[in-house]
Each structure stands twice: as structure tokens, then as C-alpha cells.
Design a protein. Sequence first.
Length: 144
Amino acid sequence: MRRHLVKDWMTPDPITIEPGTTLPEANHLMKQCNIRRLLVVEDCRLVGIVTLGDIREASPSGATALSFYELNYLIARLTVREIMTRDPITVSPDTSIEAAARLMLEHKFGGLPVCDGNRLVGIITETDIFRLLVSESETRSVFA
């Protein structure tokens, strides 16, 4: 099997948000785009990552003395900056898929930002790796 590189399977130009984006806005964008993570960029530099899980954890429990309106008010004021994972682990476009997958397994990540120097160029996710596996499987069965 040939050595596959992140740049060949990553999703280029990922959807990004700024640190001041509210949690409801980030949540809406993820649902609208059918994604589970957003890369957080400030001054054209990757500063963090936020996931649907992060947003769920930051949302208050239903078992609270606060009223519905108070809860909504508090949630609407929370920003991505307050809950994002800062300075996320990244890979370069020339990283092997195997190395990226190993990092994802070790850290239990569903995706990794791809940076070329300081410039964000993409994201590699478990879905991208599944696409590679399916492609390899189809190629082998065609030549079998």
C-alpha cells in the first residue's frame, strides 16, 4: 500500500469561526453544515478548536433553579473563547495518514487541524480516513 499523506485526503479550507462567536451561533453553524467541530481563528491564526461536545458540556443542566429565560440569557452570552481547546495539536499537509490517525487515537480526537507553517489549510477527520479506507478497499476488489 502506498504512503498516503494528509494533504491528499484532508478537507481543505475548513469552516472557521472567531473566538467571540456565541455558543448558540457556533452550535447553529455546526448543525447547518453537518459538522461536529469548528476551528477557531483570530487574525488569520489558528487559536483553538470547539466541538459539539464542548458546547454540550458548557450548557447548564436542566436540573437548575434558573428559569428558562435566565438559562437562555446565560447561554447566549457564552462565547467560544471561554470553552475552546486552545492551541490544538495540529498536523502538516505532508504528515502521513497513519501518523495522523495514530494521534487521533492516542488523544481520542475526531479530527485534527492541518497547518502549513502558521497557515491553516485544512482539517483531517475520521470521515476523511474512512473515505481512504473505502477507496483502498474498492481499488483492491477491482484488481482482485
